[in-house]
Design a protein around this ligand. Sequence first.
Ligand code: ADP
Ligand code: MG
Length: 320
Amino acid sequence: MDRSSLVTQTQTILRTDPFNDNYRVVGKELGRGKFAVVKKCVELLTGKEYAAKFLRKRRKGEDCRNDILNEIAVLEMARFSPYVVDLHEVYETNSEIILVMEYAAGGEIFNQCVADQDEAFTEKDVIRLIRQILQGVLYLHRNNFVHLDLKPQNILLTSSNPLGDIRIVDFGLSRQVDNVKEVREILGTPEYVAPEVLSYEPISTATDMWSVGVLTYVMLTGVSPFLGDNKQETFLNISQVAIEYPQEEFEGISELAIDFIKSLLIKNPRKRARADQCLKHAWLTSCQEPESPKDKTLEPKESQVESPETTEKIVLLASY
Ligand code: ADP
Ligand code: MG
């Protein structure tokens, strides 16, 4: 990855005393990526629960400390947004950096996206959660940052039953917008990446807005709109904006919801709705109930969304 685009100035003290002197790890892992593992822990002094993300500094023989500092810098920048996960403190060891974050007890919205009808989000839930996601994204964008990896695995809930509030996590790919033109290699997750990422065109805040469109579609239907049988097919579907709104998937979902998604899944980034415009969209400002509630009697549909384990990150190398 091009590291010149990273923000590496941080304010948080990198503690070097042992993490285990201050925290006890509890329960099983909360999540795991290629280079990080997230565990629930309890702060010994306060008894409070946190989520600790253990990030390896060396990856594939390369020093990735600056990537981690960039992730910390974005969390620091967004600390006053209620919808971005709180960073409590940071530890550094020889091999790892540990981010101690607010614990989001409700887990990934992914789980409800792929759940059976009786546990799935209603349109009313989605309206409330998408408003929160947009407020978090707007905060980042106003500060000239882009997330670049918005997907259901990176949007967590403070509680799942009753349904709580959202927390955006995983700023591992985030960039300052002014810096982004220098990025020659882009990492993202196939189903959620915008067309300009695939064609190596400039990345902007609009790139995140595409992902918000895909997220909304998935939260309402449980179906990933561009997912093909393989990566090539998925990329082709994205670059052709080959999307459908089948009656059976959108049964009981308002026309306004579809209109909202259509304002985001537009190939030309300049024509895509921005976060502030989205928050003014009639779908999100209408307080009225959805036209008809989701039909809870429908058979649970087979999920077409890939499980977190299989949403492998892609690497696109620009060939110029
Ligand atoms: P990666 O960069 O490996 O994708 P993430 O920051 O996305 O790492 O964390 C991986 C997973 O760990 C998330 O998808 C989520 O399930 C879980 N997780 C991360 N942060 C928290 C948190 N603050 N509270 C609860 N679970 C978390
Ligand atoms: Mg993640």
